[in-house]
Design a protein around this ligand. Structure first.
Ligand code: ADP
Length: 552
């Protein structure tokens, strides 16, 4: 090499963008170019003479030594990559090509490494790959959510997919309809035994929506990310029953499932020890998916409600036609009887008792038909928001005594006695409607009262009036109680007890239209007690309170 060549080589080595390092046979540094200085923060003076191994990650040292030995044996491996740890602890990923300088006898005198710093490129590639995986997950979730699968399957799929992408374990819980509990709907972990253990734990220790750390997320509506889950965190933030749940979990994110402003549950993702902590990017992806999941849950709920409504309506139609046909048949038979005997002769021979009996039947069935049709009309009025009150000063005692008297005969037939007592109270109400309330409640007590005593009580109550009807009959199962005031809902079979399942629905709307309330307390086989509280005057604003929200 001439002096000029040497100078040129020097310039190239110092200005080239690559890292150039020359090592002796022991791996000690002989040359350290400017790019090496820039990449590591270590100067030439510091590094010359130092073994190269000091720059490596402990876990990579063995591999790099093996490559070095190969080069000494003049077997050149392909390009290889390893990490250098800089002065400030930062990691640079470098891709190396190697050459050897030989002495006169062909022995390796020095090893020359030329490296390209691929840290940024690798990070960018990784970020792109991550981005692509996320987009894929979002596209897949949209597909799954729109696929019309039932929402349990949908959420299971989402939980699994989320885990494959950014977690080792997932839990999705929704708030129960009564708002009291968190109901697990999807529990996922790639190890089935861990998933099973978590499911058992969730079953054994049900959680309320306002408890512990999930409670905070549900209350605030904001996602919580804990990049590093420590023992203190687990002990401070979780109920002891749940501590084992986080065994081996290193990082956690909890996102609320939100529908507009209402939180309907949460998705929790967990990474096990050994995986990197959750980042802001992960949080964004989780929030995006949580948003879609909430929407899917809502759609599934609306769908099943619609299905239930259609089923209830179908059942109602069949009950209604049965209920309407019974009095119609009786009425027709009565008329046919009369026609058969309508010739003069036969009429003369008819006893007045017989005629009276046939007419009474016809009248009774006519009334029955009339009240069924009236109930149907009331329901459509209520639904259209047209339950109007004709308010006047009314004496509750008169209404209650009249209602009881009109049902005396019916009660007698079942073996029941109706006992009415109370203190006078007057208020401004719709006489016919309040009478309908009293009649309905007493009539139900007769129908479901198993022939036992029926107690009716009325009187003033704070700044209103109260009417209570108690029976000692079949009672109502606790699970049926919330439904009995709904349209078409019945807690008994129509085969054993006739009825449209509309009475209490109408009663409740009438009471509410007056600004009052109705409550029920019941024990199966012991009886039921219905209590109506009415203000003495309905306020103007509640006049239309009987209206349901308009149907879509
Ligand atoms: P129905 O026409 O079926 O009596 P209601 O709306 O009046 O309709 O009542 C709804 C349901 O509530 C009934 O089907 C019955 O299951 C239950 N129920 C109402 N009142 C009583 C009562 N006093 N005792 C037991 N069950 C009752």
């Amino acid at each position: 090499m001439t002096v000029d060549d040497r100078g040129l080589a020097e310039i190239v080595i110092e200005t080239v963008g690559a890292l150039v390092v020359v090592l002796d046979r022991e791996g000690c540094i002989l040359r350290w170019n400017t790019t090496c200085e820039r990449a590591t923060g270590y100067t030439r003076e510091e590094m010359i003479g130092r073994p190269i191994w000091t720059l490596l990650l402990p876990e990579e040292q063995e591999g790099v030594r093996a490559v070095f030995d190969q080069i000494l044996a003049l077997e050149f491996p392909n390009q290889h990559e390893n990490v250098w740890v800089g002065r400030d602890g930062s990691h640079r990923l470098i891709s190396w090509s190697n050459a050897a300088l030989l002495d006169d006898v062909g022995e390796v005198r020095a090893v020359v490494g030329t490296g390209i710093d691929i840290t940024d490129r690798t990070r960018a590639e990784e970020a792109l790959r991550r981005q692509a995986r996320r987009l894929e997950a979002l596209a897949e979730s949209s597909r799954v959510f729109a696929s019309g699968l039932d929402y349990k399957t949908t959420l299971d799929t989402i939980a699994r997919r989320l885990c494959e992408l950014i977690g080792d374990g997932a839990l999705i819980r929704t708030i129960s309809p009564d708002g009291l509990w968190l109901v697990p709907v999807a529990v996922y972990h790639p190890a089935p035994e861990r998933a099973a253990l978590r499911r058992r734990m969730l079953l054994a220790a049900p959680q309320r929506p306002d408890e512990a750390i999930t409670g905070r997320v549900i209350k605030s509506g904001h996602t919580l990310r804990v990049p590093e889950v420590t023992r203190e965190f687990v002990h401070n933030e979780m109920k002891p029953e749940y501590w084992p749940y986080l065994d081996g979990v290193a990082s956690i994110m909890i996102a609320p499932l939100k529908l507009r402003r209402t939180v309907i549950g949460h998705i929790t993702l967990m990474r096990d020890a050994g995986s990197p902590p959750y980042t802001h990017d992960d949080e964004t992806l989780l929030e995006d998916l949580a948003h879609r999941a909430a929407q899917a849950i809502e759609n599934a709920r609306l769908y099943s409600e619609a299905q239930a409504a259609v089923a209830a309506r179908d059942e109602f139609l069949s009950i209604a036609s049965h209920e309407l046909r019974t009095p119609l048949t009786a009425l027709r038979l009565a008329l046919e009887n009369m026609r058969r005997v309508s010739s003069r002769d036969a009429l003369d021979r008819l006893s007045p008792e017989y005629v009276e009996r046939v007419l009474a039947t016809a009248e009774r069935q006519g009334h029955r038909l009339e009240s069924l049709v009236a109930a149907l009309l009331d329901v459509s009025r209520i639904q259209m928001g047209r339950l109007e009150l004709d308010v006047e000063e009314v004496d509750l005692a008169t209404i209650v005594f009249d209602a009881a008297a009109s049902l005396e005969e019916e009660a007698h037939q079942t073996g029941s006695t109706i006992e009415v007592r109370g203190e006078p109270v007057r208020g401004y109400w719709d006489r016919l409607r309040i009478s309908q309330v009293a009649t309905n409640l007493v009539s139900n007590a007769v129908k479901y009262g198993a022939g036992k005593l029926i107690e009716v009580e009325f009187g003033p109550r704070r700044d209103g009036a109260r009417l209570a009807v108690r029976d000692h009959g079949i009672g109502i199962e606790a699970a049926d109680l919330p439904q009995i005031f709904e349209r078409f809902e019945r807690a008994v079979s129509s085969r054993n007890y006739g009825g449209l399942g509309l009475g209490l629905y109408i009663v409740k709307r009438i009471v509410e239209a007056h600004g009052g309330t109705i409550a029920v307390d019941s024990t199966p086989n012991e009886g039921s007690s219905f209590v109506v509280d009415l203000p003495l005057r309905p306020s103007v604003s509640v006049r239309a309170a009987g209206a349901d929200a308009p149907s879509p």
